[in-house]
Design a protein around this ligand. Structure first.
Ligand code: ADP
Ligand code: TRP
Length: 335
């Protein structure tokens, strides 16, 4: 018997993903995950949340965390997450996920955790590791498994975390019976690793982002500082570069082909491409600013949406957790 039949009655595929409130949301977040989530809500059961428990592993600044959590929720709503069509909440409003993290920890091998490259990368970047940072993937597995998720849209950097989630779920099912749905990652080839203005992966923690709702002057400054080489104007240009890759995200197939031809021919000036990119970014995101400003001016509306989302999520989480506890022998009354 599949767990989905037993525990959750689903009409549609469940699509779930989360985002850390660790700074302004950026083009990497948008093309890597947010735009697909917004698209998926039309035909699927969409679960979307702001992972403030995860953010605690790298920040202890409480006012900043509160502000970033609120702004991340506002940005997501402004860009089109529809609370009527989806379940949208703040991770920390559901303590059930912390309980499931503990339960999953006891079937998670230490070796699996020790192979986590994201942990090693963060430590190499100078973050002082705490237990939360080490067990970050178990919390993420709990996020996903608690809702019987089928599909998890993420950027490429999260691939290993999804593999860990699947390993934990398989180990649990093998040990305690078929409780968890085994989720599949959804990683899109074209946008799986959006580069930052310095050419590394765009990330809030690397200070190399192009924020989605940056103001006009800042946007110009940001785009003008995308690193380029010093190839002379009359030579073809390298396409494996951040400016080319970022610009391509805003173009359809024909426009991408035209850009390739311009890069392959003499005469292209990076300054011109940067100006075009600024216009494209403005044209793409300006239509969402009005809704964003409205939400910023009406924080009570935002809180109401999040409260309703947390209630919807709680019903499902409680039901699932009951079955997990039952499977593990924690519901000891009927011995
Ligand atoms: P950040 O690295 O900026 O803190 P998060 O870890 O909060 O971003 O990522 C949220 C989502 O956005 C994840 O699904 C992640 O894979 C995706 N994402 C983040 N940065 C990028 C990027 N540069 N390219 C593609 N996807 C990204
Ligand atoms: N680890 C993810 C990131 O840094 C965020 C995240 C937490 C997540 N829980 C999740 C993503 C569950 C997908 C599903 O981007």
């Amino acid at each position: 018997m599949t767990p989905s039949n037993n525990i959750i009655k689903k009409k549609h595929l469940r699509v779930l993903s989360g985002i850390q409130p660790s700074g302004h949301l950026h083009l990497g977040n948008y093309f890597g995950m947010m735009s697909r989530m917004i698209h998926y809500q039309q035909e699927n059961d969409l679960f979307c949340f702001i992972v403030n428990y995860h953010a605690l592993t790298t920040t202890q600044e409480k006012e900043l965390l509160k502000k970033n959590t609120f702004y991340s929720a506002v940005d997501f709503l402004a860009l089109g997450i529809d609370p009527e069509k989806s379940t949208f909440w703040i991770q920390g409003d559901l303590p059930q996920v912390a309980e499931l993290t503990w339960l999953l920890s006891s079937v998670t091998s230490l070796g699996l955790m020790e192979r986590s490259t994201s942990y090693k990368d963060k430590v190499a970047k100078g973050i002082i590791p705490n237990m939360g940072l080490f067990s970050y993937p178990v919390l993420m597995a709990a996020d996903i498994l608690l809702f019987g998720s089928d599909i998890v849209p993420v950027g490429k950097d999260q691939k290993q975390h999804l593999e860990i989630t699947r390993d934990i779920a398989l180990k649990f099912n093998h040990t305690y019976g078929n409780v968890f749905v085994i989720p599949k990652p959804d990683i899109e080839e074209d946008s799986m690793l959006v580069p930052g203005i310095d050419g590394q992966k765009m990330s809030k923690s690397y200070g190399n982002t192009i924020p989605i709702f940056i103001d006009e002057k800042e946007l110009e400054k940001c785009i003008m500082s995308i690193v380029t080489d010093s190839a002379p104007v009359n030579e073809p240009k390298d396409k494996n570069t951040p400016l080319f890759n970022i610009y391509s995200l805003f173009l359809n197939k024909n426009e991408q082909q035209e850009l390739i031809e311009r890069y392959d021919s003499p005469g292209l000036r990076y300054g011109d491409v940067k100006k075009e990119l600024i216009e494209r970014i403005k044209a793409h995101f300006d239509p969402y600013r009005e809704k964003r400003n409205y939400l910023l001016d009406h924080p009570d509306d935002v809180h109401q949406i999040l409260e309703t989302g947390a209630k919807k999520a709680t019903e499902i989480a409680d039901r699932y957790l009951f079955h997990v506890r039952e499977a593990m022998g924690l519901n000891y009354v009927n011995v």
